[in-house]
Design a binder for this molecule. Structure first.
Ligand code: SF4
Length: 169
């Protein structure tokens, strides 16, 4: 079943517009709690999943919990909104296939104007998941592990790659 599901998830991601999609095993994911330092200092952190918006102890627990998964699918898109859409679609497909703990990791760009960053209240929490860095994952080293080129964007506004994932089971 897993091989079929892996193929289905990958095909769906590419069909929906992902630039790259790869099945990973947990040992390819690089965990590094320094991501929390980068979130807590030097970033305004306007989203509900930002470690600066909640007790950082919660983030440390999430980082630990995510290590219970054994495999998943990681995606590269150019667009945050599309990345979120594909991630949530794959999470749903994996769940309906019987992987009841399937869980997406993505930034949220669901609303044109984010009411959480403006008023402190999210109007669609069903769409919100923590992105990889909020789970203590070093996205750059993980991408390198997968053979994907991922460079730090040098200038504000330059095209950036968006990396999201679904932890399947
Ligand atoms: S669902 Fe909307 S309000 Fe909630 S975090 Fe996402 S963009 Fe903000």
């Amino acid at each position: 079943m897993n091989d079929l599901l892996k193929r289905e998830l990958r095909n769906k991601a590419m069909e929906m517009g992902a630039q790259q999609a790869a099945i990973f095993t947990l040992d390819q994911i690089v965990f590094d709690q320094r991501t929390f330092l980068k979130c807590l200092f030097g970033c305004p952190g306007g989203m509900p999943y930002c470690p600066s918006k909640q007790d950082v102890a919660n983030s440390l627990v999430y980082a630990d919990i995510i290590k219970n998964y054994s495999w998943g699918i990681i995606l590269c898109t150019e667009d945050l909104k599309l990345g979120q859409k594909i991630t949530l679609e794959l999470e749903s497909r994996a769940f309906l296939s019987g992987c009841h703990f399937a869980f997406g990791a993505t930034e949220c760009e669901n609303c044109d104007a984010c009411s959480f960053s403006e008023k402190g209240t999210c109007i669609n929490p069903k769409k919100v998941r923590p992105p990889l860095y909020a789970l203590g994952i070093d996205v750059y080293s993980t991408a390198k592990n997968l053979g994907w080129g991922l460079q730090v964007v040098q200038h504000k506004g330059d095209p950036a790659k968006n990396i999201t994932a679904v932890f399947v089971e």
